[in-house]
Design a protein around this ligand. Structure first.
Ligand code: 8OZ
Length: 359
């Protein structure tokens, strides 16, 4: 009997039993309904992809202040819970597993997207380069308001509330979004965190907010239902750090102590940015299950699983264009071509109309 593991081998990530190691990456699609409530169209989209070993939902705001793009679903109101419940029921009925990605965008927002035109919040009042995607089109980012120390516990409480809402909505777990230049990552990396209090300066201090969120969510719903996503060297959203290897080795060790369901890492810069970072070294600092992500294909995915570096692989764009990606990989069938113009916003076109094999 062969003992070589590959993308089609089952695996347990904490309490979540996966029938294969092909994970659908979190993908922002901007197609939720009024009030951030998932719609029937969103049910169809996720249900179509339930043959993935695990679906990680699109990044989902944990509060009204956590929004930073149009037409995002939320996970903090009863109507949103009811909308998501239809999705988790549909995915489970097809034998799939689904966790929700908990998101606060921090400074990557705009007053027009926030309650009463509020300023976005961030660890420090540093305006990111670039423009926000708003209902009025692309608008320059504004200088965010630096969070007061006294506000941090209520933010942690928002993560806890959202994780409790997630369980009510029937999710198998949550993924804490600590990647890609959003609020938690803004605390971690010193290009965006210039605080002089106990949440800024040293690596330990910059990691404090992440660990407080993690501990609170773990205490609320159990570590075996909590994953985390990191992107140590992704420059997306105007991010940089002076020593990412030291920072993220520390982060991986510190979160390892919680015995999370998994750590999910974007192993480079989105858009193919060259990086100097040793992901094998980072991986050794985390004792639990590990999901690797960044433009993998079947051959590289199988190789990385066989090598023991990763336990599962997250695929993004291939799952947008191929609802039956697992079957296509299994039989080496050709893949549908993704249409990048319909990634963000719109209707069923480029969302639920990609053909299945044999259609
Ligand atoms: C692309 C466009 C909008 C949001 C991320 C949630 O990078 C995102 C995102 C990506 O994590």
């Amino acid at each position: 009997m062969s003992t070589t593991l590959d993308l089609f081998s089952p695996v347990n990530l904490g309490a979540i039993a996966l029938k294969n190691r092909m994970v659908m990456a979190p993908l922002t699609r901007n197609r939720a309904g009024e009030g951030g409530v998932p719609q029937p169209l969103n049910v169809t989209y996720y249900e179509q992809r339930a043959t993935a070993g695990l679906i990680i939902t699109e990044a989902t705001p944990i509060s009204a202040m956590a929004h930073g793009y149009p037409a995002l679903p939320g996970i903090y109101t009863d109507a949103q819970i009811a909308g998501w419940k239809k999705i988790t029921d549909a995915v489970h009925a097809k034998g799939g597993k689904i966790v929700i990605q908990l998101w606060h965008v921090g400074r990557i927002s705009h007053p027009s997207l926030l309650p009463n035109g509020a300023l976005p919040v961030a660890p420090s009042a540093i305006k990111p380069a670039g423009q926000a995607f708003t209902y009025q089109g692309m608008l320059d980012y504004v200088e965010p308001r630096a969070l007061e120390l006294s506000e941090l516990p209520s933010l942690v409480a928002d993560y806890v509330h959202a994780s409790q809402c997630a369980l009510k909505a029937g999710f198998d777990g949550v993924e804490i979004h600590a990647a890609n230049g959003y609020l938690i990552d803004q605390f971690l990396r010193n290009g965006s965190n210039k605080r002089t209090d106990s949440y800024g300066g040293s690596i330990e201090n910059r990691t404090r907010f992440l660990l407080e969120v993690t501990k609170a969510v773990v205490d609320a719903i159990g570590a075996d239902k909590v994953g985390m996503r990191l992107s140590p060297v992704n420059p997306f959203n105007d991010m940089q750090d002076s020593n990412p290897q030291a920072l993220f080795n520390h982060v991986a060790s510190a979160v390892s102590a919680f015995k999370l369901a998994y750590l999910h890492v974007i192993e480079g810069g989105m858009g193919g940015t060259a990086v100097d970072f040793n992901f094998d070294e980072l991986r050794k600092h985390f004792k639990g299950a590990y999901i690797a992500n960044l433009a993998f294909d079947k051959v590289r995915g199988n190789a990385v699983i066989a090598s023991g570096h990763a336990d599962a692989i997250a695929f993004g764009v291939p799952f947008i264009a191929n609802p039956d990606l697992v079957e296509r990989f299994r039989i080496d069938a050709p893949l549908n071509t993704p249409d990048s113009k319909s990634f963000y916003g719109g209707n069923e076109k480029g969302y639920t109309d990609y053909p299945f094999l044999g259609a």
